[in-house]
Ligand binder design. Structure first.
Ligand code: OXD
Ligand code: MN
Length: 595
């Protein structure tokens, strides 16, 4: 077969052109299309996708510029058991990652990519993660045979010519190769080669597996580079909180997937907090570096939101609802008869005549969900009416507080502040969360998820936590560190804390603590707000529920620290001794107090 011409006026970079040619020889596409990121190109790709049935136009009045995509029903979430870190040694990947020898991985995947794009177009998608002019922005090139992926990358990254211009003739771009191939779970692998700055992903078109700039580059390869280069690549939202006096404070927060990062980053404070404004810098990933002023500065490497649809409504997240009003892609949501989208937990009840996420008629009372629990929207960051003016600032924003939080129905109180940096790292390292639909597998089981990075850390977890401890010496003015839990439940299964906008009440204390202007109660586990520190006026929850949400039960904590011990053991010899010592000290203090 003749090779399709690799022609582009967009770049003469010999490293890039040589690599694209090599990959085209392997995958044997019918056509090669270099994406320039222009508006005209976006329109043409959408037309192609609609013609091919990959996208379904939604009603242009109700959802202008919006489309629905239905994925293969067996390809709806990240696949952690098929995600590999391919470093020369297994130890480098550590006990929490799947490891494959790089030679074996290249050989196996070369076999799967061989001829995988026959009859298809190979899209070459150049992109930048981070504000284009940020000194630490990274250029990636994703080769993909999915027009859906190319269009999503156009939203989620700074895509096209700007990336090629930034790259110039250099060779230091991330090489990402992606093919949906036959979308078979038997032939699905998401392989990372941190030593080569490369990612090979085959067999899935789902966001976290296929949009290689996101989890693969910004977190897995990103965290590997961050350790090498002395910075932090984290699974964190970044928000800007402006007080009524006009003081802006920036907070980064790590929560596991589908635990409300987007909601927290777009929060609208309750009326009681009139004058406070929350704006979004990012909702999923933070790259943080020490600035010349000794503070920790964060950028959001992304350009859009890939958010969970179910549960999003005008009460839980009005800014998200406005964000997805236009120019957005919806994946695996339900379709209304008038060409709009619907999902469980939307404001209005399900209309008659709904089509479910698999394209089948759906009626009320059905035992199946109309929208997939991990159905998503992809929307441009600038659609958000509350986007921070600094979202694209090459310098980033200075972080005053870091929050760790999981989904825990017991034990973990509403909020605690760490005694110091190392204790904060301990809090992050021991975070647990009940699993969600964002990853394939059982939902609702508590698993330890250090810093919400368990599925995203590109190297050995113990070494990652050591890197966090070491960073203290590099940050003269470090952020204060907090642990929160919005998800504690009463014995009857009710949530004790209303969450969403009311989380402002907790955030206010966090901000005041970060600026050293409010008191706290010293508990055995960290600093907690005294009752008078949390403004609860007009809160739709009883005083008893708030007491229960903030309660520290030392019996429960004894069990928690025991289970942390097992987790620490499972991380092996690289887990820093400091963290073992923190665990022992907290446990022995609780035991002493109980005596
Ligand atoms: C995401 C995830 O899509 O964490 O952001 O799964
Ligand atoms: Mn995420």
């Amino acid at each position: 077969m003749d090779m399709p011409a690799i022609e582009t006026h967009l770049t003469k970079n010999p490293h890039l052109l040589g690599w694209v040619e090599e990959m085209a020889k392997l995958c044997q596409p019918d056509r090669v299309h270099f994406c320039d990121g222009s508006e005209g190109e976006r329109r043409r790709l959408i037309e192609q996708a609609v013609a091919a049935g990959v996208l379904l136009p939604l009603d242009p009045k109700k959802r202008p510029g919006c489309y629905l995509h239905r994925s293969n029903p067996g390809d709806v979430a990240r696949v952690e058991h098929l995600t590999f870190i391919c470093t020369s040694s297994k130890e480098e990947a550590g006990p929490t990652n799947n490891w494959m020898d790089p030679r074996e991985a290249y050989t196996k995947l070369r076999g799967l990519f061989d001829g995988s794009m026959k009859g298809r177009t190979m899209f070459v998608v150049p992109y930048v993660m981070g504000p284009v002019d940020a000194p630490h922005a990274k250029v990636g090139i994703e080769i993909t045979d999915s027009v859906y992926v190319a269009l999503n990358m156009g939203i989620m990254t700074r895509m096209g010519k700007q990336a090629l211009d930034k790259l110039g003739d250099r060779d230091d771009f991330n090489r990402g190769l992606h093919s949906v191939r036959d979308c078979s779970p038997e032939r699905r692998y998401i392989c990372h080669f941190p030593e080569d700055n490369a990612i090979w992903s085959v067999g899935s078109g789902y966001g976290g597996n296929a949009l290689l700039g996101k989890k693969c580059l910004s977190l897995r390869i990103g965290s590997y580079l961050a350790r090498k280069e002395g910075w932090l690549a984290e699974h964190m939202l970044i928000l800007e909180a402006e007080s009524p006096e006009g003081q802006r404070t920036y907070v980064a927060a790590a929560f596991p997937s589908a635990c409300g990062k987007t909601n927290f980053a777009m929060m609208i404070p309750p009326k009681r907090f009139g004058g406070w404004k929350i704006r979004t810098v990012g909702d999923d990933i933070a790259w943080m570096r020490v600035g010349a002023d000794g503070r920790l500065w964060a950028v959001n490497p992304e350009n859009g939101y890939f958010g969970v649809a179910p549960g999003t409504n005008f009460k839980s997240n009005p800014n998200a609802m406005k964000t997805i009003g236009r120019d957005s892609l919806f994946t695996n949501v339900a379709l209304t008869p008038d060409g709009d989208v619907w999902w469980e937990g939307m404001d209005d009840p399900a209309p008659e005549g709904l089509i479910d996420w698999q394209g089948r008629p759906w009626s009320k009372g059905s035992s199946e969900k109309a929208a997939h629990p991990n159905s998503r929207f992809t929307a441009p960051i600038t659609n958000n009416p509350a986007v921070s003016r600094h979202w694209d600032d090459p310098e980033g924003v200075p972080i005053s507080a870091i929050i760790f939080g999981g989904r825990r129905s017991t034990t973990v109180p509403l909020v605690l502040q760490s005694f110091n940096w190392a204790h904060g790292v301990f809090m992050g390292a021991t975070m647990g969360s009940e699993t969600t639909a964002a990853a394939a597998g059982k939902v609702g089981v508590v698993r330890r998820d250090p810093m919400a990075m368990l599925p995203f850390c590109g190297y050995d977890m113990g070494s990652y936590l050591q890197h966090w401890l070491r960073m203290q010496a590099a940050i003269p003015f470090p952020p204060k560190i907090f642990l929160v839990n919005w998800f504690r439940k009463a014995a009857d299964g009710r949530f004790l804390w209303p969450g969403y906008g009311d989380n402002m009440r907790v955030l206010k204390w966090v901000i005041d603590r970060a600026h050293g202007r409010v008191g706290a109660l010293e508990t055995l586990l960290g600093w907690a707000p005294k009752p008078e520190h949390l403004d609860l006026q007009d809160l739709d929850a009883s005083a008893d529920d708030v007491r229960a949400a903030t309660r520290i039960d030392y019996g429960e904590w004894e069990a928690e620290l025991e289970s942390t011990g097992e987790f620490f053991t499972s991380l092996g010899p690289t887990l820093p001794r400091t963290l073992h010592l923190w665990r022992e000290m907290l446990l022995s203090r609780i035991e002493e107090a109980g005596r």
